[in-house]
Design a protein around this ligand. Structure first.
Ligand code: FMN
Length: 187
């Protein structure tokens, strides 16, 4: 199997991280890979905000929890009230992927970029996970104000985030079970 296919097949979502930070060199490679993703009409309206500051990440998590507390969904309310809930699993790096919400393909651009991020990270020995909670809450006024403070353009929504870091050495590697019948080949 070639290296690309091996990287695709061995990537798994990582939900526990050590404190080891992703180096500037690796982060730049991962962000560069993101910008090489296909995107609608090659307009590159997306924005990538990499956060490596633990205090900023904690504050972002608190804003998300605040938005969850306002939700009608009991499960989200519980998360919002929890002392321990951390949507990004205490990863040392979070890349927020946002895009111009006026373009209907904005989420697709971001999904392509996120997959490049996950695969680039895997190829560098770095664990990753898609983090959705900011996508759910980015329109909450307090979350939005915080995103603006971080430099995320006002006309953009967050469509996903990538947690990045190193899995603990003893972390089990989840076996991937694939559903049958999801592929049709017509000749
Ligand atoms: C659109 C999308 C949203 C996701 N949101 C989350 C999330 O918020 N938190 C999380 O732990 N995993 C999230 N995931 C990861 C999926 O749970 C994971 O990819 C799936 O269980 C398959 O496992 P694997 O990534 O290890 O192959 C998300 C994945 C996608 C594609």
């Amino acid at each position: 199997m070639n290296a690309v296919l091996e990287t695709i097949q061995s990537r798994r979502s990582v939900r526990a991280y050590t404190e080891q930070q992703v180096s500037a060199e690796d982060l730049n490679l991962i962000l560069e890979a993101a910008t090489y993703a296909p995107n609608g009409m090659h307009l590159e309206t997306w924005h990538f905000t990499a956060i490596q500051n633990a205090a900023v990440l904690t504050e972002l998590n608190e804003k998300i929890k605040g938005a969850f507390r306002k939700s009608d969904d009991v499960h989200l309310q519980e998360r919002g009230k929890s002392q321990t809930y951390c949507c990004y699993y205490h990863a040392p790096t979070l890349i927020v992927v946002s895009n111009d919400s006026a373009r209907w393909w904005a989420p697709m651009d971001c999904a392509c970029a996120l997959q490049n991020i996950f695969l680039a990270a895997k190829s560098l020995g770095i664990g990753s996970c898609w983090i959705n909670q900011l996508g759910q809450t980015c329109d909450d006024p307090e979350v939005r104000a915080f995103l603006t403070k971080l430099g995320i353009p006002e006309n953009q929504k967050v469509y996903g985030c990538a947690a990045l870091g190193y899995a603990p050495a003893d972390a089990p590697v989840k076996e991937k079970k694939l559903a049958e019948g999801t592929v049709t080949i017509i000749k």
